[in-house]
Design a protein around this ligand. Structure first.
Ligand SMILES: NC(=O)C1=CN([C@@H]2O[C@H](COP(=O)(O)OP(=O)(O)OC[C@H]3O[C@@H](n4cnc5c(N)ncnc54)[C@H](OP(=O)(O)O)[C@@H]3O)[C@@H](O)[C@H]2O)C=CC1
Ligand SMILES: O=C(O)[C@@H]1CCC=N1
Length: 305
């Protein structure tokens, strides 16, 4: 997957940093930088540059963030874009922004890298599924902790990032938002209890959609199409349909009905998906299983901390 993402022809993203984000950064620059502790430094430290950390990094660079603003801390050999500094252990001090992108099970190792240091980052942005704000705050002494749930298409500026924070002031919330705004749609989540649901829907969602494309192609091949042709048709159909739905004033449900000519073949197919809410029930069970795993990971992280 990492090799795939590094080959991906990242386009300039359609969504730009909001004016406020640029203004906030200019204000900070005019003040000569705001630091929580004498040892903090400007820039972003990305802890873990695997599938998701790497995708965010590529999205940031494509949106115009300078490569030398980011330091990747990863003990492995991640496949990184040119110009990004890579270290295997945390440098001295703290950055302004620490982005935690290790697996939830690797939180202990990440915490150990920073143990015993004075001060902390201005902002800790964690993308760890199922690891709660209280657990994160106990692990890293940040001035503000924001949970984020991105998804893989952030690499091309077409992702979704959900954010959650508790007791964090507007300025820090805006900083967190400005950081992920170039990566696609950003949505704040009202309560942490909903974070497992949003993780299942948009965090895991690309996995389900990729599987759907595969299944559509497999079903087409079963009808006799050559497998590679069925893949191309399935992928282009999902791409075109998603783009059309995104640009339409009509709901996806209405658009589905538009495809279904009265007495025609789409209706016969939709009847299969709609019988006893088969598709809804299948996706409810799918998201339910993912959300349950997120809750279990939160429990594991609470127990370890
Ligand atoms: N994949 C996805 O689509 C999404 C993932 N997430 C979240 O992102 C996080 C990462 O997931 P994902 O990218 O899939 O996992 P990966 O395993 O691909 O990435 C984790 C990276 O962290 C590195 N790492 C391991 N230990 C440390 C350490 N102590 N310090 C710094 N880096 C370390 C790993 O190196 P090595 O491989 O050598 O162990 C690896 O490069 C998870 O918490 C997940 O919940 C959130 C949304 C979507
Ligand atoms: O599978 C996982 O645990 C992560 C969380 C969201 C997407 N991938």
């Amino acid at each position: 997957m990492r090799a795939f993402l590094s080959r991906f022809p990242v386009r300039p993203v359609g969504r730009q940093e909001p004016e406020g984000g640029a203004r906030r950064r200019a204000d900070r620059d005019a003040r000569g930088g705001v630091s929580p502790s004498p040892s903090s430094s400007a820039g972003i430290w990305l802890v873990g540059a695997g599938n998701m950390g790497g995708a965010m990094l590529r999205g940031w660079l494509a949106s115009g963030i300078a490569a030398d603003r980011v330091t990747v801390i990863d003990p492995g050999s991640p496949d990184l874009p040119d110009g990004v500094r890579h270290v295997s252990a945390a440098p001295e001090g703290w950055p302004e922004t620490l982005v935690l992108a290790v697996k939830p099970q690797q939180l202990d190792a990440a915490r150990a890298m920073f143990a015993g240091r004075e001060g902390g980052p201005r902002l800790l942005l964690s993308i760890l599924a199922g690891v709660e704000v209280a657990t994160l705050a106990a692990a890293i002494p940040a001035e503000a902790v924001v949970r984020a749930m991105p998804n893989l298409p952030v690499a091309i500026g077409k992702g979704v990032t959900a954010l959650y924070a508790d007791g964090v002031d507007d300025a820090r919330r805006s900083e967190a938002e400005a950081l992920v705004a170039p990566l696609g749609l950003v949505e704040w989540i009202g309560g942490e209890a909903l974070f497992d649901a949003v993780t299942a829907l948009s965090g895991c969602g690309p996995g389900f959609v990729f599987r759907f494309i595969d299944a559509l192609a497999t079903a087409g091949a079963r009808l006799g199409l050559p497998a590679d042709q069925a893949q191309r048709l399935a992928l282009a159909t999902v791409e075109g349909s998603a783009l059309m739905a995104a640009g339409s004033a009509e709901s996806p449900a209405t658009l589905a009905d538009r495809v279904a000519s009265p007495g025609g073949s789409t209706r016969e197919g939709l009847n299969m998906l709609d019988r006893d809410d088969a598709l809804i029930e299948l996706l409810a069970a799918t998201l339910g299983a993912s959300a349950a795993r997120n809750r279990a990971m939160a429990e594991e992280a609470r127990t370890r901390s």
